[in-house]
Ligand binder design. Structure first.
Ligand code: FPP
Length: 233
């Protein structure tokens, strides 16, 4: 079983369009998939789940859609706070959180804090996230330490970079799922996904529920992971 699964939740807009609904209705149904997959991941014993909910590029979408997504996020936290705590799910976030509306930041901070005390599973939500921005920020932090003499440039390794990313303590995802058929990484966890198995399904995110998640885990289990060496099973 993978310890960490990352997902690019794509296809909410297409799902809505197929039904003659607004894009926001697609996102609402997508939020139901978030809950379903969160439960399925817990059942399967997947300890870390990272979901790409909003990219740095998504800010250019119509204001109505951006506002709608932010409201949906706030509503999701309010509605499911108890479930997070009762199910020992810790909430964490990655991305430029200071760009989010103040109210959303507050709600996030509260549940992040409440859920950090007693947990077994971790949900990481990528918000206003871009992987190149994350790596650039890490480079800046490392350069600062080198400039002040806190760090010797000769000692910089891959591990040094990892240690300066948003969540240095989280293991790399072994499996990355993308819904709705696109074969792209879209600036998502570029460093962390170096060795991940990629699973792309045509299923649109609002239709991606428990069974689809288990199918992805099953496909993962069928693959021989090499890490540049020879297949071990
Ligand atoms: C991609 O579909 C999806 C998003 C940009 C938003 C994802 C957000 C949610 C699933 C809901 C809220 C999240 C949480 C964590 C509660 P798209 O709009 O790009 O679809 P399209 O490519 O078909 O247009």
């Amino acid at each position: 079983m993978p310890e960490h699964v990352a997902i690019i939740m794509d296809g909410n807009g297409r799902w809505a369009k197929q039904r003659g609904l607004s894009r926001l209705k697609g996102h609402e149904e997508g939020a139901r998939s978030v809950l379903a997959v969160l439960k399925a991941a817990k059942k399967a014993g997947v300890r870390f789940l990272t979901l790409y909910a909003f990219s740095t590029e998504n800010w250019i979408r119509p204001k109505e859609e951006v506002d709608g997504l932010m409201n949906l996020l706030a509503l999701f936290i309010d509605r499911h706070r108890r479930e997070f705590l009762e199910n020992k799910i810790r909430l964490r976030v990655i991305g430029q959180i200071d760009r989010l509306p103040g109210g959303v930041q507050k709600k996030l901070a509260k549940l992040i804090d409440q859920s950090a005390k007693d947990y077994e599973y971790t949900l990481i939500v990528a918000l206003s996230y871009g992987s190149r921005a994350e790596i650039a920020a890490a480079a800046k932090a490392i350069a600062r330490k080198a400039a002040t003499g806190e760090l010797d440039p000769e000692t910089i390794t891959e591990e040094t970079v990892t240690q300066h990313l948003y969540l240095p303590d989280v293991p790399d995802p072994e499996l990355m799922i993308r819904t709705s058929g696109e074969l792209r990484l879209s600036n998502f966890l570029l460093w962390q996904l170096s060795y991940a198995e990629l699973y792309v399904t045509e299923v649109l995110w609002p239709d991606f529920r428990e069974d689809e998640f288990y199918q992805a885990l099953e496909a993962f289990n069928q693959r021989g992971r090499r890490f540049g060496g020879v297949v071990t099973h």
